[in-house]
Write a protein that binds this ligand. Structure first.
Ligand code: EPZ
Length: 432
């Protein structure tokens, strides 16, 4: 167990390279295992434990997955030969459920544990299951597993409830090798969905309309491995934009797609931040103090739920009262921790009323989920004094070299191992 120690109160300055998109990479790594021939070589895969988990799941299914010494991921899936994913791996993250779409497409059979509860509220997979059924799979739930079988998946017209990102991705994966055409209506429009579509088409798939709310997937008889580079992470991009904003900093973000963070840019500008775009760079210059703004989270292209936490952290020191409405998940648990740092925030049924205070103060705090961790870290960088962030393993799931990148921008942040009771015991010889 480890914690991050942050000495706050300094504006961040300098430049930072944005990594590949975690959520795109998770989908594309699974989709790469649809190929019965050839090797896929994936570039710009961010290092993080979620990526490690998806690779372990695929290995368990018989897929060869390895990283080369320049960080590219190689994948060969000719020998995919199992259809059961183990609970120990799948329970670690919801995106593991993409393995169900893959297994149905490749093996006609899937036994995948249902993801359990989650720190950001109830996150069922009923939409995914409904979609698999419409593609012709017979499904039962037994002993905590979804058991699905389909001699042959058949294209269908499917309405995606709540424009669910995960459902859209899982069904794109499953439908790619189905017989006939699948039409996803009310599909998610997130850049990660578009990235997956481009990748599938490169493999020989026939996916049209990604990025609009109707996606047509014409099933093909086989796909092959290709080389591909993952898009930059728009949530990491946004997180560093808010890190610059909350600390009154001046940060240039490199390797970004500004289009993917259009609404966060507009909102930051409304709060008084100056943002300049040049090629694939964004320079973010913050005023001494931000102005209050009102924001509502929405599916893409709206303001992303994954940036709601860094946004609220930043507004907690803005001038005036902001209102932030979260419409996607139940994602306000971290606000209790922000309050311990002196923030004045009231929450009421999905709405946070943020009364800006002049200054946060460092405190020991607990990270409850990935994006909450990012929010608490940037709050700590702006706060006066020292903050100890516990539960840092959660941050390691999805941010590549987070502390190093912040250190390079002048942030005083370092990692320390947390002492545990069991550390007191000397190793004993095992009893036979
Ligand atoms: C994806 O989650 C992302 N995860 C999330 O990022 C992101 O917050 C979310 O999309 C919204 O943008 C990955 O890409 C791996 P949804 P996902 O299905 O696919 C409900 C992060 O921190 N729903 O679009 O799970 C659901 O509860 C993560 O990187 C059902 O009720 O989100 C939510 O209210 C966190 N039944 C809404 O739909 C279902 O079967 C939209 O969720 C599926 C979803």
């Amino acid at each position: 167990m480890a914690r991050l120690i942050v000495e706050g109160g300094r504006p961040l300055q300098g430049s930072v390279e944005i990594s590949g998109a975690k959520n795109s990479a998770l989908a594309i790594i699974v989709a790469a295992a649809l190929a019965e021939e050839g090797e896929s070589i994936l570039e710009n895969i961010p290092q993080g434990s979620d990526i490690g988990t998806i690779c372990l799941i695929l290995r368990e299914l018989g897929v060869k997955v390895w990283f080369d010494d320049v960080g590219r991921l190689h994948l060969r899936a000719e020998k995919l030969n199992k259809f059961q994913a183990s609970y120990d791996l799948v329970r670690r993250m919801r995106a593991s459920f993409y393995s169900a779409g893959l297994l149905l497409a490749r093996m006609g059979q899937a036994e995948v544990p249902l993801p359990g509860g989650c720190a950001i509220g109830s996150r069922p997979v009923d939409f995914h299951i409904k979609g698999f059924t419409q593609l012709g799979a017979e499904i039962s739930i037994e002993h905590g597993f979804m058991k699905a079988e389909a001699k042959e998946l058949k294209g269908a017209q499917i309405y995606v409830n709540r424009a669910s990102v995960g459902t859209t991705i899982n069904l794109m994966i499953a439908a790619s090798l189905a017989k006939g055409t699948t039409v996803l209506e009310n599909a998610a429009k997130e850049p990660e969905v578009v990235d997956l579509a481009i990748f599938l088409n490169g493999m020989g798939g026939k996916v049209r309309g990604a990025g609009t709310d109707t996606i047509r997937i014409e099933g093909v008889s086989g796909l092959r491995g290709i080389e591909y580079s993952i898009i930059p992470d728009r949530i990491e991009t946004g997180t560093f934009m808010f890190a610059a904003a909350i600390t009154g900093g001046d940060v240039t973000l490199k390797s970004v797609v500004a289009e993917h963070v259009r609404v966060p840019i507009v909102k930051l500008e409304e709060a008084g931040v100056i943002i300049e775009r040049k090629d694939n760079e964004l320079r973010v210059r913050a005023p001494q103090r931000l102005k209050a703004i009102d924001v509502e989270t929405m599916p893409y292209p709206g303001f992303p739920t994954d940036l709601q936490q860094p946004l609220v952290a930043s507004l907690s020191v803005a001038e005036g009262t902001s209102v932030v409405r979260e419409t996607i998940f139940d994602r306000f648990r971290y606000i209790d921790e922000l309050r311990r740092m002196g923030a004045d925030i009231k929450t009421e049924r999905g709405t946070a009323i943020v009364r800006g205070v002049k200054q946060l103060t460092g405190a020991p705090v607990e990270i409850t989920d990935l994006r909450a961790g990012a929010a608490l870290t940037i709050a700590a960088l702006a706060a006066e004094g020292r903050t100890d962030l516990y539960g840092v393993e959660i941050l390691d799931r999805g941010y590549e070299l987070f502390e190093e990148k912040l250190q390079n921008l002048g942030g005083r942040i370092y990692r320390k191992k947390t002492a545990e009771g069991r550390d007191l015991f000397a190793p004993r010889p095992s009893r036979k």
